[in-house]
Every structure is written in C-alpha cells, then in structure tokens.
Design a protein around this ligand. Structure first.
Ligand code: KG4
Ligand code: ZN
Length: 388
C-alpha cells in the first residue's frame, strides 16, 4: 500500500447511484479511463421528477452491465484495481443502497479496500480529472436538481465546510418546475437554456432571492422566484395574451444565474479564496458559465468548470475522490458501511468503525461528526413538491 505509484496514481473504480444515473467510472490518479453511465431519466419524464422506486429498480438492472462496460472501456481487469469507491450519501436511500451493496460485493470478492464517499465532495473532486490537482482551498458552487450549495474545501478528502445552501428549492429544481409551467418537458434546464438564447434576459425583472442587506450572504432561495414566474405566466394567460416563452426563460434564467454567481464570487472574496469551481447539472448552463467567467475575471478569481458530462452525476467523480482517498492514505470503510441519505457534507467519506480487517489499508481514523448537518437535501418526489 505504501509504494509511491499507488500513492500517486491509484487505479480506482467508482460507483454512483444517488439519484437517477447509474454511473461507473474508473480513474488512475487524476486520469479518467472510463465513464459509463446508464440513466433512467426517460422513465421519470412522464412524472415530471425522479420517482425513487423507479430509480432503484433501474439501478439494480443497470449495475452489473455498467460495471462491465466501464472495465472494458478502461481496458483493465477488476483484479488490477487498488480500491472501490461508492457514493454513501446524500441521495435517495433506496437508490444509494443498490450502489453500496454492489460496491461491497465487488470489493469483498476481489479483496480490495472499500471507500464510501460523499456525493457532494465527489462533485468537487471530479474537476481534478479535467484541470489537475485542486488548489487548496477551493471554493465550490454545486448546483443541480438535488442541491445548491456553497462549499469551502481546504482538503477535499477530509475538510469540506458548508458556507450556504438553498433554504427551499435547488437551482435545477427551479429550472424543472418553470419548464413544467411552460410545458417544455423534463428535465427543464437544457431546454430553458436553449430557448433563453432567443430571449431578452432583461425583459422581465424577476426577484433575486435572499439578496437583501440582512439576508444570509451565502444561502439561496428559489421558491419566491418560481412563484413570481408562475404568477406572471398565469396573468398573461388569464388576459388571453401569448406568453413570450423566450423572454420568460431568459429573464428567469438571468435571475437564477445572477444570484448564484454574485454569492459565489462574494464567498471567494470574503474568504480570501482565489479559485472557484462550479459543478452539478446546472453548471452545464451556458449563461451561468458566461456570467461566472466575466465576474470571476473582474474579481481576479480563477474559474474551473468541468465539461458538462463530468458536472452531471457520474461514476468518474466518485472514482476521483476514491483515488484521492487512497493517495492520501485515508482509512477505508468497513464492511458494515451503510447508505446515509442525509450524509452531512462535512463527512467527506465514511471511515471504518470496526477494527481493521484483511482488506483494509492502514490509515488513520477520521473524526466522524454528524453535528453540522447541511440543510441541503434531496427532494423526493411527492405531490407537495411536484405541484407546489
Ligand atoms: O447533477 P444532475 O444531473 O442530477 C442531480 O440533480 O443531482 O443535475 C440535473 C439538473 C436538472 O434539474 C436539470 O434541469 C439541470 O440539472 N440542468 C440544467 C442544464 N442542464 C441540466 N439547468 C440549467 N441549464 C442547463 N443547461
Ligand atoms: Zn449530484
């Protein structure tokens, strides 16, 4: 375990099943070798959101073929792996369980160390595959259908601090809900992004949530914006007028992106951090990328945004964090690793709780505190949030 090749370039397979993507990635150190993804997004489209039971069943069906596809793509044998990493949380409980069970089975059968890692820390760590080692500290803005957080990461394997998060909807969720109101289908982000290019971002002045002088500097709120946009559309329809879809999309998107970039840049400045990474599905948004680039440049901040495929949920991000755990000699998880749907972001990984056994590398124990619960969480599909 202590040889230098292993420390610098561990070969790790990562499994991600926290939501609707079955992702299996393989990395060697900071080099991406395979990124196999099977998505059940089409099966959820008619419900307008992810249905947990449907996602779990799809993970179960896709798991073994996706692992085999990743190994083939990487051109490595399972026996060559130095470790197996898996998303232990946060996410949908049943969906996570499929990945954790598969990772345990493979790790045990192959005699490899198992690393249960944090989904949010993985979203940050994936940028190492695109832009090389993460500067320490890095500021991260994570925006997807399940999370919107500002995180300060002095050490991605052991020290990630939540600065702020959404107090209601996640940014991607707001895109999905507005797309539903406009009858644009699911997921809403990509289609609104595309239609917004034809519209005027200043046509309608939609509210910027939590940007008042007394509001928390780093928290987000998109629920008021969602209601304002929905009411504006309803009023147009009630008056028998056409809804200018491109202008509504562009103005809504501008409100989201303005708040996200403003708060992220402020967090960097306040904390003396000169690198900002943006991850999660919404990081694919073209307006977010453009505005973040301009505002970071003005503030002397270096922006790192991975390519869209690495921003959405995938197995490569889990493998990237697993490889960093091996490289930094973090302790492996024990065989009683369980999925934790609300794993706090401060728990970058789930180190072993039992005396170390045969398969575990030697490493030091890591403080495992559940005190600082991130209030960012996954919104499971329910009538309440589907129609709210
Ligand atoms: O990271 P992701 O694949 O899954 C999780 O939610 O964890 O993110 C999916 C979310 C969806 O809400 C989708 O509408 C949004 O990311 N999204 C976008 C874009 N592409 C995906 N939002 C805005 N603009 C986009 N281009
Ligand atoms: Zn995610």
């Amino acid at each position: 375990m202590a040889d230098s090749r292993l420390r610098s370039e561990p070969l790790v397979l990562g499994i991600e099943t926290s939501c609707d993507e079955t992702g299996v990635g393989i990395v060697r150190g900071h080099t991406l070798l395979a990124d196999a993804v099977a998505s059940s997004v089409d099966e959820h489209a008619r419900f307008g959101g992810v249905v947990p039971e449907v996602a779990s069943r799809a993970h179960l069906e896709a798991m073994v073929p996706t692992i085999q596809r990743a190994l083939k793509e990487a051109g490595v044998a399972a026996s060559d792996l130095d470790g197996i990493a898996v998303t232990a949380g946060p996410g949908l409980a049943g969906a996570l369980l499929v990945g954790v069970s598969a990772a345990k089975a493979y790790a045990y059968a192959l005699g490899k160390p198992l690393y249960g890692v944090n989904h949010l820390a993985s979203h940050i760590c994936v940028d190492q595959l695109e832009h090389g080692p993460l500067p320490e500290p890095t500021m991260a803005l994570l925006v997807s259908g399940g999370h919107s957080s500002l995180l300060l990461a002095p050490d991605i394997t052991s020290d990630v601090r939540p600065l702020g998060a959404t107090i209601d909807d996640a940014a991607g969720e707001a895109f999905d809900k507005i797309a539903r109101v406009l009858n644009l289908g699911f997921p809403g982000g990509p289609v609104i992004d595309r239609i917004a290019r034809e519209g005027d971002p200043n046509a309608i002045a939609f509210p910027r949530g939590l940007t008042g002088p007394r509001d928390p500097a780093y928290d987000f709120s998109f629920s008021g914006l969602k209601t304002a946009v929905a009411r504006w559309i309803e009023a147009k329809r009630a008056a028998g007028e056409d809804v200018p879809i491109a202008d509504v999309s562009a103005s809504f998107q501008e409100a989201v992106v303005d708040v996200l970039t403003r708060k992220a840049v402020r967090a960097c400045k306040d904390n003396g951090v000169d690198h900002l990474m943006i991850g999660g599905g919404v990081a694919a948004n073209s307006r977010l990328r453009a505005m973040a680039e301009r505002r970071c440049e003005d503030a002397g901040i270096i922006l790192r945004v991975p390519r869209p495929k690495l921003c959405t949920d995938n197995g490569a991000m889990v493998a990237a964090l697993g490889a960093e755990m091996v490289a930094r000699d973090r302790s492996a998880s024990s065989w009683d690793l369980s999925a934790d749907s609300s794993l706090p972001v401060t728990d970058t990984h789930v180190p072993g709780t039992e005396p170390e056994d045969d398969h575990e590398p030697h490493g030091h124990a890591h403080a495992h505190g559940h005190a600082a619960h991130d209030h960012d969480h996954f919104h499971e599909l329910s009538k309440d949030n589907l129609y709210s």
